[in-house]
Design a protein around this ligand. Structure first.
Ligand code: URA
Length: 233
């Protein structure tokens, strides 16, 4: 690939900016300063911009601790988006692997790998999502049984898939579901005559929200976390 194309693909610089950087001597390839934008480079060469290595075009995977008030969209005219929180080159290429509502907090997975996104979100793969939920009214023991059996959501023909509800307190619980229907958790509690007061996603499959991430923070996934979505039972 041409050097100027490689740099602009892996940074936020335009091809015009890249030409200026090359002229200024800011770019090295394998330790040598280069200025030719048409120079052909291959995968295993090390390109540095002002001494910082460029990462190359491999796929990227992040976990973000979504704060309230952010939308899971790449662009929105009214609200800040979770992508606005990701300070990475070419952030416009990133996709959200499983959306949360604006008032839901917690684990959001973000990637530019479409296949991986599909493995996380495809209903056929049934990747588990675990939520911590608080409700307006106490959660009756019958709710556990109903969720286990599946409930009918408004305007849906089929019951929800069996879900595990662990009661933590009278109106506090952990719910694990295998689907990701629109507003699913809120609608499941609504089907029981209750209302979700707060909702926080703790885990997707075996990827657990890192407790060191403050709301709004993110980190790359480890290789093990990335691979884990392909090992779903
Ligand atoms: N279920 C909901 O109702 N909202 C979310 O944000 C996620 C799951």
């Amino acid at each position: 690939m041409r050097l100027d194309k490689y740099i602009s693909q892996n940074t936020d610089f335009s091809r015009k900016d890249v030409k200026r950087l090359l002229r200024s001597g800011a770019v090295t390839v394998d330790g040598e300063t280069v200025s030719d934008p048409a120079l052909h480079i291959n995968e295993d060469q090390r390109v540095e911009l002002e001494g910082a290595p460029l990462t190359g075009g491999g796929p990227r995977y992040f976990m973000l601790n979504k704060p309230e008030g952010y939308v899971c969209a790449t662009k929105d005219s009214e609200h800040p988006t979770v992508i606005d929180l990701i300070n990475e080159p070419n952030s416009d290429r990133l996709q959200i692997a499983g959306r949360l509502d604006i008032d839901t907090t917690g684990l959001v997975l973000i990637t530019d790998d479409g296949q991986w996104n599909h493995a996380v979100t495809s209903p056929r793969r049934g990747c588990k999502k675990r939520y911590y939920v608080t409700t307006d009214d106490d959660i009756g023991p019958d709710t556990i049984r109903h969720f286990e059996k599946g409930v009918y959501l408004d305007s849906e023909k089929r019951r929800t898939l069996p879900a595990e509800l662990e009661l933590l307190y009278a109106n506090e619980a952990r719910l694990t579901i295998r689907e990701g229907k629109y507003h699913q958790v809120k609608r499941m509690f609504a089907a029981m005559g209750n209302r979700v007061d707060s909702l926080h996603r703790e885990a997707v499959g075996s990827i657990v929200l890192d407790e060191d991430l403050a709301p709004g923070d993110y980190r790359p996934l480890t290789d093990e976390e990335v691979q884990s979505v392909y090992n779903v039972s």
